[in-house]
Design a binder for this molecule. Structure first.
Ligand SMILES: [Zn+2]
Length: 140
């Protein structure tokens, strides 16, 4: 089924949603900085180009947009319209995400996901507490 948007309109819609999704990632990076942690961003030589890589801790943090990765929350609900366009796309994101996480784990990384809706709800102190618990938990 054809997309209801023209290609131009579609990329404008996508760009807007994507741009908004970087805000939680900035919040997580800010919190890590304030905790005095060093990390690298969008590391291309690792499967799936993970968002945040803490090499010394062998920890990867993916900050995920609820819509794009199908979180079980209000924001992660499937779009009501244009299913034929969105469903394969969103399903593809989820499958790709799982496959990359499995590869990273086989390489000895711990892979943690932080959802956009949580970051939006948390204070910086709560976010830092969560990050500290990720760093301290050795099991994953
Ligand atoms: Zn969510």
């Amino acid at each position: 089924m054809a997309d209801v948007f023209t290609p131009d309109k579609r990329s404008a819609v996508m760009a807007r949603i994507r741009a908004k999704d970087t805000k939680p990632e900035l919040a997580v990076r800010g919190a890590l900085h304030r905790m005095g942690l060093r990390f690298r961003l969008h590391v291309r030589r690792l499967p799936g180009t993970p968002d945040i890589v803490l090499s010394r801790h062998k920890l990867i943090i993916e900050v995920r947009g609820c819509f794009w990765h199908g979180h079980h929350c209000l924001k992660g609900r499937k779009p009501g319209q244009n299913h034929a366009y969105w469903l394969p796309k969103l399903q593809g994101n989820i499958v790709r995400g799982r496959r990359n996480a499995a590869r990273l784990r086989r390489m000895g990384w711990r892979v943690c996901t932080i959802w956009e809706c949580k970051v939006r709800r948390w204070t910086d102190a709560e976010l830092q507490r969560h990050l500290r618990s990720l760093l301290e938990s050795r099991a994953e």
